[in-house]
Design a protein around this ligand. Structure first.
Ligand SMILES: Cc1cc2nc3c(=O)[nH]c(=O)nc-3n(C[C@H](O)[C@H](O)[C@H](O)COP(=O)(O)O)c2cc1C
Length: 184
């Protein structure tokens, strides 16, 4: 069975992570949530941690740096950090691995695995842009939480689904969450 590792950090957008997890099919899902992600979840959504845990096959604490996913010997198909805080992004760009999420990121980089981050901030500082460039130059797919408007979204759900469907596409997970552009 294919394996995906998902990290949720304390950027705004827990809803994106939940929708993403709800739509992953035919994968063993290894999920880590940072402490800040749990705080943001409680501040900006009505979800509780048990619902989110229940969407995963295995759930780890972010301080569990001995978890099996922390080793390069654990083979996974892709690692997605959704949403990705600019703090976690900066740590990864600097090679800091002091949490399970940043440790898996370091492994993904050294093992050249598929690695996607979904940063969310507005505006971006020059330092944030430099960090994104550094990660992009290291084959990380930087896919910010920026919806398109060409499908005439009517609800927040439409906007969430647009972003999440692109991340599912990038992770090679079949989905029809969002209408694809058709034009003669
Ligand atoms: C309600 C709330 C919203 C936040 N939104 C963002 C955000 O959109 N982007 C971001 O980079 N940080 C955001 N933060 C700050 C991060 O949570 C903070 O930098 C934290 O230390 C990140 O830790 P982590 O990367 O380990 O999850 C937010 C914090 C709170 C409380």
């Amino acid at each position: 069975m294919k394996k995906i590792v998902v990290g949720i950090t304390g950027a705004s957008g827990t809803l994106l992570a939940v929708r993403f997890l709800e739509n992953i099919k035919n994968y063993e899902i290894h999920l880590v949530m940072s402490e800040s992600a749990k705080k943001v979840m409680s501040l900006e959504t009505d979800y509780d941690i048990n619902y989110i845990k229940g969407l995963s096959t295995y759930f780890y604490d972010d301080n569990d740096i001995a978890a099996r996913i922390s080793s390069g010997s654990f083979i996974f198909d892709s690692f997605v950090i959704i949403p990705c805080s600019t703090s976690t992004m900066a740590k990864i760009a600097s090679g800091i691995a002091d949490t399970l999420i940043t440790r898996v990121a370091l492994v993904a980089l050294k093992e050249r695995r598929k690695f996607i981050i979904v940063p969310r901030e507005m505006p971006f500082s020059t330092i944030m842009i430099e960090n994104m460039l550094k990660l992009s130059n290291n084959n990380v797919i930087v896919s910010p939480a920026v919806p398109g408007y060409y499908n005439k979204p009517k609800t927040m759900n439409d906007l969430i689904n647009f972003v999440v469907s692109r991340i599912l596409d990038l992770s090679n997970i079949e989905n029809d969450l969002s209408k694809r552009w058709e034009h003669e």
